[in-house]
Design a protein around this ligand. Sequence first.
Ligand SMILES: Nc1ncnc2c1ncn2[C@@H]1O[C@H](COP(=O)(O)OP(=O)(O)O)[C@@H](O)[C@H]1O
Ligand SMILES: [Mg+2]
Length: 255
Amino acid sequence: MKQRVIAVLNQKGGVGKTTTAYNLAFAIASMRKRVLAIDLDPQSHMAVSLGLMQNNLSGIDDVILDGAEVTSYIINQREYLDLLPAGFRLSEVEKLSIKSRQQAIIIRDALAAIKGRYDYIILDCPPMSGLLNFNALFASDEVIVPVSSDYLALHGLSQLMKTLKSTQRFMQKPMKTWIALTRFGTRRRLSREVLARVMHYFPKQVLATPIRECAPVAESPSFGLSVLEYDAQCNGAKDYRSLADDIINCRTFKA
Ligand SMILES: Nc1ncnc2c1ncn2[C@@H]1O[C@H](COP(=O)(O)OP(=O)(O)O)[C@@H](O)[C@H]1O
Ligand SMILES: [Mg+2]
């Protein structure tokens, strides 16, 4: 099976990047695919959400700043699920501006050392850093853009989709771009409108399962659990299992 590297990316904060990255990573791992989750956000919310509380850890920060090997920082979290933490120096990296192509391919090159070891590598991206997001894009074959369906922000989304297209030309490699609807309210008019609009503009890229707004999804991180472990029967757990299927089978929304 070919390894798939997927960045969960959106420059907007609070759209469900971290929530999607770690629940999707867990859901795919529970389907017995080997998954590595990489926490690229200096706030380390993905690690915390999976129950990793130490704040003096090193991880991808050492890889970027010192050229360290990724293998020594990978921590097993669950069956089939490993984590590469952000590391406490990643906030230093976040502040660096990007000056050369070389700085943008550090993570891509570092991942070559573990090629074939995982079926899926999922990166949780920070909202702002150019250097970290470029590194994520260079390392990835695919991007998931979470779009919060409680907020009509199609302007920012079109801009981001354009940027992702031009970045592909710059990187000289194709990259599949998916949209995942998050915080969806089945009965909420605004949510249905967001769905209709993203379908209109990006008809082939919207993943089949909108993730419904669901209290256990918001509660589970403080217990260090994925929503699938915290409340296996809730809508959020069902939706993230279904989203994992969408990703595995490249299944998009049909109007
Ligand atoms: N489906 C959902 N139901 C309820 N709350 C959600 C859902 N998805 C995300 N949230 C909440 O929204 C907030 C922002 O999500 P987060 O994943 O941290 O966004 P980002 O990583 O893009 O900044 C968090 O408090 C999270 O718990
Ligand atoms: Mg986040």
